[in-house]
Write a protein that binds this ligand. Structure first.
Ligand SMILES: [Mg+2]
Length: 207
């Protein structure tokens, strides 16, 4: 199975043939240099992470490194202009914190990120429970009403539905992988290979 097929299958989890991955990924794909880049799950993950950085949710390692260098310059300037260690202590704290952000995963609040993945799972359950929404359709809000936009492209508004919330889970997982340098794509291959080799209904559990 190549990366493109892996991505397609992940997107179809729980949604079946009603999912339009073009609609789901249109914005992300526009960020990439060419559609071929979507052959790589790593490229999708980097795009998800970069979008989160662009929107102010993460500080990139490059930005943290630049800020740390600026703080260090300021400390050197002050040290050569008569300021002592006590004066520089607050700046030293900031400098140390920025260096940790450069190094990550200290710069990523992993428990918070896991909680946010939980939140998206809960939103998927809410979408599934909403009697106005078919699980395989995509909707946008119009005032107090929701409009089915599954078969249209470019509809203004936030797309909602079961598949979209599962995509949010996927985006958060992939983004966290990049931010915390977790080898998601490599371990995905390992775990899928392991699962494929397991016996039928392994463990004898009911579900
Ligand atoms: Mg969501």
């Amino acid at each position: 199975m190549n990366d493109r097929e892996i991505i397609r299958r992940l997107l179809e989890i729980g949604a079946g043939d009603g999912v339009r991955d073009d609609a789901v990924f249109a914005a992300a794909r526009a960020r990439l240099a060419s559609p071929d880049d979507f052959d790589s799950l790593d490229a999708v993950a980097r795009a998800a992470y970069q979008t989160a950085c662009d929107k102010g949710w993460h500080r990139t390692r490059e930005a943290a490194a630049a800020e740390a260098a600026s703080v260090r310059l300021a400390m050197l300037f002050l040290a050569t202009h008569g300021y002592g260690a006590d004066d520089l202590a607050p700046l030293a704290d900031v400098h140390a914190r920025l260096l940790r952000a450069v190094d990550l995963a200290d710069g990523v609040d992993i428990p918070a990120e896991l909680a946010l993945i939980h939140e998206e799972v809960s939103e998927a359950l809410q979408a599934y429970r909403d009697p106005r929404m078919h699980p395989r359709r995509c909707y946008v809000s119009r005032g107090d009403e929701i409009v089915d936009v599954t078969d249209g492209m470019g509809a203004a508004g936030k797309p909602e539905g079961l598949a979209l919330e599962l995509v949010d889970v996927l985006i958060r997982v992939l983004k966290l992988g990049v931010a915390a340098r977790l080898p998601i794509a490599a371990e995905l291959r390992r775990k899928m290979a392991y699962n494929a080799a397991r016996p039928a209904r392994h463990g004898g559990k009911r579900l």
